[in-house]
Design a protein around this ligand. Structure first.
Ligand code: ADP
Ligand code: MG
Length: 559
């Protein structure tokens, strides 16, 4: 039995760890299971390359709660450690790592969001335990070791009589952290952080209902049997090759990711790149519904199949944060603040790679099945329009597949608009004037009036559409967008020779005057021309610029 003093210059590191990691106590379990996974994968590697002839078998990682003894056990069948290795890896390396961490981040460390992602590894166990034991037996033929530390810089290291290869970590849970002795809480954490880790994780047992045989009588009771409760799917879809997956596999992975989400995704994008950075993942376009604002099923970020966060701000361009799915990349530095992250070169590349992949996918959906794309348009347009507004690169690509539907359900691309509408919809300078409605019910009379004149009216009802139209007018000369109820429609309308109206010119002027007495002239214009089309008795229009100003004030800047 040896005793020793952990070599560390920080007076006592544990109060510091506890203080800095306070808001993210729960990550200790993720760290211990990551270590258990690493140890198992190391053994796999050693057996694969023939470095050892121990049998790899089918190792699992087991988590056990001992409520009475107030202990939590994490047990693996990995490489284990010899006494010397415990000295080296546990006593020295981890401490120097923690010390370096504290040195480097002492200013930013108060921002708990940062620390939570850093992962202090093994020592994060002391956030929830006042005493930690390691009982470990190396795959090398050496006696097992037993390390005990009670949250000070003192430790003991002796022999253990463990027979099986691997490591058992025992946490003596603090009184104030007893939530981590609740099975439900542990189950919840395992599902959150370890659901897709590569080595099976067992947590207790569960009852499984056996399928009834084909010829079973109708009132037969289904049999159940007790099976291991395996938390994870060690081979999640994003780790596979797209060629090995069918549409149904993507859909079932979506349900695995979001078990409470019953709506099917519209389509997916499989990300897979290993140079100049490493990134895999699957993104899904969900059906955009009215209550999308309160969004809880977000894109999840993983590193080597370990869940890190669902805050992908700065990694994925903002307009794509409305998507769902997973991104897994070991190349995203997480031990830095988000603002630093946005300036990071690798992260910028990742962000533009994702944008490009999304644009390419949309383009190919459009090319391969336009009809289907048109049908999905209403559900995807918010993302696309928002992306066009905020990312110039995306705007360029998207202008090839973004759709501009008419009130009569025809869908035009930007190019088609220019070709097909120009024929009869120009102002006196020959510029293309595109009429649009933003609300088919409210603007019904105006729409009908325009249709009666033979004009096409688009239906553009996204909240950000005025910003986007402004951008398009800026990028393309000789095109203006005019809402059907705007006074500019008048410029376009050729006065017909033949009048339908029963009123004489004088009567009309008088009527107009009467209306103008009650309607503020600087805000609205009274037009009687529509009488001639039989669509409406008279129209009250608003200057286009005024309306846009008001709309932009409502939706905030941008554009
Ligand atoms: P990191 O995992 O980043 O190396 P940790 O503090 O989590 O840092 O772990 C320190 C080291 O302790 C590991 O690198 C490994 O060598 C050793 N170790 C920790 N847990 C285990 C385990 N379950 N089995 C074998 N070795 C382990
Ligand atoms: Mg670790």
């Amino acid at each position: 039995m040896a005793t020793g003093k952990i070599n560390v210059s920080v007076e006592n590191i544990f109060p510091l760890i506890k203080k800095f990691l306070y808001s993210d106590h729960e990550i200790f379990l993720r760290e211990l299971i990551s270590n258990a996974t690493d140890a198992t994968l190391k053994l796999k590697h050693l057996t694969d390359i023939g470095e050892t002839d121990v049998k790899y078998g089918n190792p699992v990682i087991e988590v056990k709660v001992d409520k009475e003894g107030k202990k939590l056990h994490v047990i693996d069948q990995g490489v284990g450690m010899t006494k010397e290795e415990v000295e080296k890896y546990i006593n020295e390396v981890a401490f120097s790592g923690a010390e370096e961490f504290l040195e480097k981040y002492k200013d930013s460390a108060k921002d708990s969001g940062i620390i939570g992602h850093f992962g202090l590894g093994f020592y994060s166990a002391f956030m929830v335990a006042n005493k930690v034991e390691i009982i470990t037996k190396s795959y090398k033929d050496e006696p097992a070791a037993h390390w005990v530390c009670e949250g000070t810089t003192e430790f003991t290291l002796g022999d253990a009589d463990k027979k099986e290869r691997g490591t058992e970590i025992i946490l003596h849970i603090n009184e104030e952290d007893e939530e981590f002795l609740e099975e439900n809480r542990i189950q919840e954490l395992l599902v959150k952080y370890n659901k897709f880790m590569p080595i099976p994780i067992k947590f207790g047992t569960k009852e499984e209902t056996l399928p009834l045989p084909e010829d079973a009588p109708e009132d037969a009771e289904a049999e159940t049997k007790t099976v291991d409760n395996i938390i994870n799917n060690p081979e999640p879809a994003w780790t596979k090759q797209p060629n090995d997956l069918e549409d149904k596999d993507y859909k079932s992975f979506y349900r695995e990711l979001y078990p409470m989400q019953f709506e099917e995704p519209l389509f997916h994008i499989h990300l897979n790149v290993d140079y100049p950075f490493n990134l895999t993942g699957i993104l899904y376009f969900p059906k955009m519904t009215q209550d999308m604002n309160i969004q809880k099923d977000k894109i999840q970020l993983y590193q080597n199949q370990v869940y890190v966060t669902d805050n992908v701000e700065g990694i994925v361009p903002e307009f794509l944060t409305m998507l769902r799915g997973v991104i897994d990349s070991p190349d995203i530095p997480l031990n830095v603040s988000r603002s630093y992250l946005q300036a990071d070169g690798a992260v910028k590349k990742i962000s533009s790679y994702i944008t490009r992949k999304v644009a390419d996918k949309l383009k190919s959906l459009f090319n391969n099945n336009r009809e289907d794309f048109e049908q999905k348009w209403n559900d995807i347009k918010i993302v696309i329009e928002y992306g066009m507004l905020s990312e110039d690169k995306f705007y360029e690509k998207a202008q090839k597949f973004a759709l501009y539907p008419t009130v009569e359900n025809e869908y035009f691309t930007f190019e088609e608009l220019q070709e097909k509408i120009k024929v009869n919809q120009t102002d006196k300078d020959g510029n293309l004037v595109v009429l649009y409605a933003s609300n088919q019910d409210e603007q019904h009379s105006y729409i009908e009036a325009a249709k009666a004149k033979g004009y096409k009216v688009l239906l553009l009802d996204s909240p950000i559409i005025s910003h986007l139209l402004q951008k398009m007018e800026g990028e393309k000369e000789k095109i203006t967008f005019v809402r059907v109820d705007s006074d500019q429609v008048d410029n376009l309308i050729k006065k017909d020779e033949e009048k339908i109206s029963k009123l004489s010119e004088e009567e009309k002027e008088k009527l107009k005057g009467d209306f103008e007495k009650v309607i503020p002239k600087e805000k609205y214009t009274v037009q009687l021309e529509a009488m001639d089309s039989d669509a409406a008795p008279l129209l009250i229009t608003q200057p286009e610029f005024m309306r846009r100003m008001k709309e932009m004030q409502q939706t905030g800047g941008g554009g």
